[in-house]
Ligand binder design. Sequence first.
Ligand code: FMN
Length: 205
Amino acid sequence: MFAKGEEFCPLEDDRDLLIEKMMASDGVVFASPNYSFNVSATMKMFLDRLGFVFHRPRFFGKTFTSVVSQGIYGGDKIVEYLDFVGGGLGFNTVKGCCITAFDPMTEKEKQGIDRVLAEQSKRFYECLMKPAYPAPTLLKLWGFRTARTTIKLMLDHGNRDYTYYGDKGWFQSDYYYPTRLGVLKNAAGSLFDVMATRSLRRRQS
Ligand SMILES: Cc1cc2nc3c(=O)[nH]c(=O)nc-3n(C[C@H](O)[C@H](O)[C@H](O)COP(=O)(O)O)c2cc1C
């Protein structure tokens, strides 16, 4: 699935329908309970089915956030994980939140949860209203340049990552989508390309 292409995956489920729905959305929220200090098995299965998208990201210009519910402890790390996942899929990520809801809840605790969710909704809305294609951070730029240089030098037309990057024009572009990098980020981008090329050549020799 990673190398040949996702359409060769023999599993039959609603993966493509869910991807279609996300592609048709301006924003998405991934929500999961904290089960044994991780996302639920259902959420993990969904993320695994999206595994190829981490190689071939596509949800650019869309807003992402996460919500984790839990009984006691451990959810903050899961929120961090889900937000990282959102970035990897291509989304503009708004920091998620973790809701602790241990029954029975007092009125004050319920109000606290409502407040956290209201703040979260506000941040999500603000991101939706911002330019959809922001200039990347240096870290994101580094990630793009390193990935595309690696794919260009290590793979060929027989690999779907290579043809996907080629079809998107990513071997020539500044970033995943058109953006103004400015002088410093332009220079940093060129440096990242050179660093990745050198590191790969060194490993090959
Ligand atoms: C199998 C299982 C494992 C759980 N593990 C944790 C945990 O590690 N930490 C925690 O704070 N809550 C844990 N909980 C509590 C749930 O996160 C909490 O009850 C959640 O809100 C349940 O959502 P649900 O009703 O959709 O299952 C666990 C619950 C279940 C059923």
